[in-house]
Design a protein around this ligand. Structure first.
Ligand SMILES: [Zn+2]
Length: 189
């Protein structure tokens, strides 16, 4: 089932998400629905707050970009209760987008290597290091659990330039192929 994606300006995107237990109700269905939602909106990552669940869960599948980024070969994963333990390596700049902020792409600077501990969908514990585009996708999705959006990490000048577009997105004045929940409409949860 496709879930609606909350748009920029929605309060759920600004919350620090809560950890969950293995008996969190409907977790397997939620994960399956998040994958379906991510694929039908052509995303490579999706965090639970983006579908209006303020819990520490995100999914990724970057395998579609493996030709450009070999590090994404096996990069289809579920991250539950993740903690970034360490980031290192050079800061690298690359363009990012976000399903909650349609049609906006901006250059974001992030460390190239990240070490993260997390549980997968079978509640197996992992402590792993990711590099390159995998590290970037993880940091973008992890930020969602902390209530941080990539547009908060761009230069003040770029922020000013896109501020009107961001207001239009919050107001629902944006064309998207997927269902969204806009903060200024009545469907605000
Ligand atoms: Zn995002």
């Amino acid at each position: 089932m496709n879930l609606p994606i909350v748009a920029y300006g929605h309060p759920t995107l600004k919350k620090v998400a809560a950890e969950i237990d293995a008996d969190y109700p409907g977790l397997n269905d939620l994960i399956a629905n998040m994958f379906e939602t991510m694929y039908s909106s052509s995303g490579v990552g999706l965090a639970a707050p983006q579908v209006n669940y303020s819990i520490r869960l995100f999914i990724v599948d970057g395998t579609v970009m493996v030709d450009d980024f070999p590090e994404l070969a096996e990069f289809k994963k579920v991250f539950i209760n993740p903690t970034i333990l360490e980031d290192r390596g050079e800061d690298k700049k690359a363009e990012e987008g976000c399903l909650s902020i349609p049609h906006i792409r901006e250059v974001v600077e992030r460390p190239d290597i990240v070490r993260i501990e997390y549980y997968d969908e079978k509640w197996q514990y992992h402590d792993e290091v990711f590099e390159g585009m995998a590290a970037r996708i993880i940091q973008h999705e992890y930020d969602h659990l902390e209530g941080i959006l990539f547009v908060e990490k761009i230069s003040p000048l770029r922020k000013t330039i896109i501020s009107r577009k961001l207001r239009e997105i919050s107001a629902g004045n944006v064309d998207v192929e997927y269902r969204m929940i806009f903060p200024s409409k009545k469907n605000l949860k």
